[in-house]
Design a protein around this ligand. Structure first.
Ligand SMILES: [Fe+2]
Ligand SMILES: [Fe+2]
Length: 397
């Protein structure tokens, strides 16, 4: 694959995007048919005044030249390419499932989600190429060079930037857990960028969030359909919940992060519920990541509570447990700790390693899941809505 090509315009980038699709083996008629495009909401929708931080009340920045300092420009660039990196990564992680969808509906959900993630990657690259000069063009290229490491071991372009986006998505239990829990993190990240002082980023977030809603919904619904299929044992499903919720907790970053604090002070990235928050100045800016992570955690706990009702409907006694914030963390105050999914410490290292082997999907579990999935009835079928395949990029507002 040609990788070192210099990007001067968005057209150059689009050529590279097609080479990337080829390189990861994504040769689908549905992808070829889709009109990829960048979508920006209007100023009237997103507002023209900076909403929080030291520049609150000033006019939002419409170009990088209007951004007051180099530090702020650098942080903005980073926020943009990190978001873009996750979008392409998820496609790399999910692409092989297209060959073994249990039902037509599942294939539709997967293909649509992958296409929309590619559009989100395209969107972030449009921001990079259009607004950030040479450094933006370099980052837009790198987004197509890095690879999700467990999906492409030993890739020359290096790993994806965040942990979750390097992990393997091996089967449909992974896929629906991923879309329910990791895409939900995406909703939070985009929600934090939506009130950004940098107008192009703020105007990008709306259409992406509207598309993201389908991903989260498919994830939650997919887990429900697996439960109602009544074949996959709940303790096995729990292991996938453990895998994806714990890594999604990490995606919110360090507790007491100075990056998050500056991102807030500069008005670049707010709280997920920024627009509902009255207090913009006196709250503790050192706990921003924790604030957002807790909102996320509580939302996921509520989803599991609802899924448990469906388990009950199938006559089973087991319940899914919401993994504790301390469980299997690699980032933040609990990183490297040894805790079970209830938050109890396991002091002995060997006992903890054994606990992880017993509570995370193992090769044996994957073989078992594959065996159960031989009969498509393991996941409840779902009717494809009429014209489902005619989905198009969202309209802007
Ligand atoms: Fe996305
Ligand atoms: Fe998504």
């Amino acid at each position: 694959m040609m990788i070192s090509k210099r990007i001067r315009t968005m057209d150059d980038w689009v050529d590279m995007f097609h080479s990337w699709q080829e390189d990861i083996g994504l040769d689908l008629p549905e992808v070829k048919k889709y009109q990829f495009t960048e979508l920006y909401d209007t100023d009237a929708t997103t507002g023209t005044e900076i909403e929080f931080g030291d520049f609150a009340g000033n006019k939002k920045w419409n170009s990088v030249l209007e951004v007051p300092t180099q530090n702020i420009r650098d942080t903005l660039l980073q926020l943009t390419y990190v978001q873009g990196d996750t979008e392409f990564a998820s496609v790399e992680q999910q692409r092989l499932l297209v060959n073994n969808a249990p039902h037509e509906y599942d294939r539709y959900a997967l293909v649509r989600i992958m296409i929309e993630e590619m559009r989100h990657g395209w969107q972030m690259c449009d921001v990079l190429v259009r607004y950030f000069g040479d450094s933006g063009k370099v980052e837009a290229r790198k987004l197509l060079e890095r690879r999700a490491s467990e999906a492409f071991p030993g890739s020359k372009g290096g790993k994806r930037l965040l942990g979750s986006f390097n992990q393997a998505v091996n089967n449909w239990v992974d896929f629906y857990s991923y879309t329910c829990f990791v895409d939900r993190d995406g909703k939070y990240q985009l929600g934090m960028l939506a009130p950004s002082a940098f107008a192009p980023l703020a105007r990008s977030a709306g259409p992406m969030l509207r598309e993201e809603a389908f991903h989260l919904g498919s994830g939650q619904d997919g887990l429900k359909r697996i439960i109602l299929g009544n074949r996959l044992p709940i303790p096995l499903l729990q292991k996938y919940v453990n895998k994806w919720v714990s890594t999604a907790h990490d995606l919110f970053g360090k507790d007491g992060s100075s990056t998050a604090e500056w991102g807030y002070v500069w008005g670049l990235k707010g709280r997920f519920d920024e627009r509902e928050q009255k207090d913009k100045t006196n709250f503790d800016r050192k706990t921003l990541n924790d604030h957002n992570r807790t909102l996320y955690h509580n939302e996921v706990a509520e989803i599991l509570r609802k899924l448990n009702i469906h388990i009950e409907e199938t006559g089973r006694k087991e319940k899914l447990v919401m993994p504790h914030l301390k469980f299997r963390r690699e980032i933040g105050d609990w990183a490297g700790g040894q805790f079970d999914i209830h938050g109890n410490e396991i002091k002995d290292k060997a006992a903890y390693d054994q606990y992880l082997r017993d509570n995370m999907p193992s090769e044996h579990d994957e073989a078992k899941a594959a065996d159960i999935a031989k009969d498509n009835a393991w996941i409840q079928d779902k009717k494809l809505p009429p014209n489902a395949w005619d989905f198009k990029p969202m309209t802007t507002r």
